[in-house]
Design a protein around this ligand. Sequence first.
Ligand SMILES: Cc1ncc(COP(=O)(O)O)c(C=O)c1O
Length: 371
Amino acid sequence: MKIPLLDLQGQYAPLREEAMRRVDEVLKSGNYILGPWVKRLEERIAKLCGTKHAIACASGTDALILSLKAIGIGPGDEVIVPTFTFFASAGAVSHIGGRPVFVDILPDTYNMDPKAVEAALTPRTKAIMPVHLFGQSADMEPILEVARKRSIAVVEDAAQSLGARWRDRPAGSIGRVGCFSFYPTKNLGGYGDGGMITTNDDALADLIRRLRVHGAKPKYFHAIVGMNSRLDEIQATLLDLKLDHLESWTAARRANAAYYDRELRGGPFGTPVVREGCFHVYNQYTIAALARESLIEHLKTAGVGTGIYYPLSLHLQGCFQDLGYREGSFPVAEEAQKTSLSLPVYPELKPEEKEHVVKSLLSFVVREGRA
Ligand SMILES: Cc1ncc(COP(=O)(O)O)c(C=O)c1O
């Protein structure tokens, strides 16, 4: 049996005919960028997230950059970011001249530790960026409270959490602005790059719409400098097609996760912890394994693909060495980078494949006497 970490071709097969028809329709239309499909996708994502606005852009990274710029973050400004996340969360801050201030994560959810946020505040703090990692919302209440007290913005990095909820509030609608990615491996993944920004703030939405087209308003008139970060019609129509399936795909991911939970909980692997009030969409199903490297080899031999998210916390990345962190600065994240391992949880997994994943994990324990 071969079970990859993710099976994008398997997902494409049943969509192929309609996808081809739509691509042909777009190509014949002559309207390729920021056209009616983008508008429709924006409206549908805004509805899904319960926000007044959704603004499409070229990637999740650009969604973060555009949001931070629109909020007014610039050189010297600090943004509090968890150190255990995809690079873009902090890269976006640095890219516009800001300074990422890292905080540790909670050991059970891998999400930002709210207590650490309070301790990381300085007079230069302009925003907090909780990342809803692996498909589960960060612990938002204390984060929102700190932000309210200090009148600073909350920028949600919801790249891995479209459809997730925190106390019935959809990810992307909780802070001042929410950022999503349509990178192919995401739970709503395109066939290329794409991103989306959600907000209830009219003025901010207007500014972001300008910033994504070089600051122009009206066209060819530039009171501000922006960038080129537009979504194209082919991506938008294909994302629109896939969006019809998001709910059932999320249900399938959750059922797969529930199966793994049942089979693995109480055993030697750390299984995902879902906080009360959180609706997890399992963009990843991530376990903790002390003997990770030999487990990966064992699973590989059994035909099971895995992924390491993430092998190096951001405070230890070469490009951030001038920020003054060192090994030991964030022990929980440093432990997670050694033990976290993501398993196949994609919606198309068949029952016998899930069983095989579990059997392979358990046979490792029998063989090694440890996990
Ligand atoms: C947490 C997080 N933030 C930001 C991004 C950036 O998104 P993109 O790859 O679309 O630029 C990603 C995904 O790649 C992500 O997982």
